[in-house]
Design a protein around this ligand. Structure first.
Ligand code: TRP
Length: 371
């Protein structure tokens, strides 16, 4: 297995989440913290119960403030490099749950500038049109339009830019090099970019003319941006944002995160039923080479991509999930049926989602902020 590498732009190798947490300097979301969350939310979200949102920065502080009556806002984002896949929906559905439970505002950044700067062959026109397409997926999840603001960087830059330069003045090239691995050959837009990602963590405070705590749910690869931002924000007079970090949803192949670089093991929200069926048909289950051996020896749900799809997304009931895992372990559920069940479940979800996604086209104006 290749050595683990996790940056905001590249994730390779087998991810050792505990090592990553220590390397990044994150705290674990432990039982006392979960109990504390539960006091405010009632039942915990399945992604918390299953340790998929597993690390944090300053969540205890955020809850202290909340308990004192100092409400927070949520901030998360999307880099529009292509169509949305199921892995992207993980932090977004969790964010929606937080919004519903804590009745907070959500600021959702879509970084067409970032994907243009970092991706070879990506035009600004294309990343902007992916941004709109991705916004449909976000809206389709059911965020509250009264509390949710979605903004595409190049459409909202007049508001953001003055604050981005305030951040940028506090970040040296050597810091950016050390944190992101930039070289002298890196284009200068990429070097500046992290200051654009920092802005929404305090923009609501600027606009409200008072300091408001911020909570950022994200996939763990995005942490480096906020490591830098958290150093800068007190210098501008704002709180450091709190962060909750998730693991990556695996793809349908053997190991590795769901990623656009491996489209066959990735389910997009726009995939047709036939495409979904074909992708799941080829999925890795890690089952024994023959039915007889599988019946006799059973399989391993931890490496079975179908089982993991249920764990991360398609089965939110813990008892039902355990049943699926057990039938993988005891050899009673053979690959064919296992795949057929998931295909049905996935296509049912996607049919609903695609309907909501189309409806969302007429709602864009209710959500999008533009200068
Ligand atoms: N850089 C992120 C990506 O490529 C997009 C993003 C912008 C983001 N702001 C964020 C992600 C805040 C999480 C939280 O996907």
């Amino acid at each position: 297995m290749a050595e683990m590498k996790v940056t905001p732009w590249e994730v390779t190798g087998e991810v050792d989440y505990d090592k990553l947490r220590r390397d990044f300097g994150l705290d674990r979301i432990d039982q006392p913290l979960l109990d504390r969350m539960k006091k405010h939310t009632g039942e915990l979200h399945y992604l918390l119960r299953r340790g998929i949102f597993y690390a944090h920065r300053d969540l205890g502080w955020l809850l202290d403030e909340y308990e004192k009556g100092n409400k927070f806002f949520l901030y998360t984002g999307r880099g529009p490099s292509g169509n949305t896949h199921l892995g992207h929906l993980i932090p977004w559905t969790f964010t929606k749950w937080l919004q519903d439970k804590f009745k907070t505002e959500l600021w959702f950044q879509i970084t067409d500038d970032e994907k243009f700067l970092f991706k070879d062959g990506m035009s600004l026109e294309d990343s902007h049109s992916y941004a709109i397409e991705n916004a449909l997926d976000i809206i389709a999840l059911g965020f509250d339009p009264k509390r949710t603001k979605i903004f595409i960087d190049t459409d909202y830059s007049k508001t953001m830019y003055p604050h981005a330069v305030r951040v940028a003045k506090h970040i040296t090239f050597s810091t950016a090099k050390a944190v992101f691995g930039f070289t002298n050959e890196t284009n200068i837009g990429s070097i500046f970019y992290t200051s654009m990602q920092a802005v929404p963590a305090f923009l609501p405070s600027v606009l409200a003319k008072r300091n408001i705590p911020c909570l950022i749910p994200l996939a763990v690869d995005q942490d480096p941006h906020f490591r830098v931002a958290r150093d800068v924000m007190p210098k501008l007079g704002y709180y450091k944002p709190a962060i909750m970090h998730s693991k990556f949803m695996p793809g349908l192949g053997p190991g590795g995160k769901m990623s656009a670089s491996d489209p066959n093991s990735t389910i997009y929200t726009t995939d047709t039923p036939d495409v979904v069926k074909a992708k799941i048909q080829r999925a890795f289950t890690g089952q024994q080479p023959t039915r007889e051996l599988q019946k006799k020896l059973g399989g391993n749900p931890d490496i079975c991509s179908i089982c993991q799809f249920y764990r991360f997304f398609f089965e939110q009931d813990d008892k039902k999930l355990e049943k699926i895992f057990e039938s993988e372990r005891d050899g009673s559920l053979l690959a064919g049926e296992h795949k057929a069940d998931l295909t049905e479940r996935a296509n049912k979800f996607l049919a609903e989602h695609q309907k909501k996604r189309e409806k969302a086209r007429s709602q864009l104006d209710k959500f999008l902020l533009r200068d």
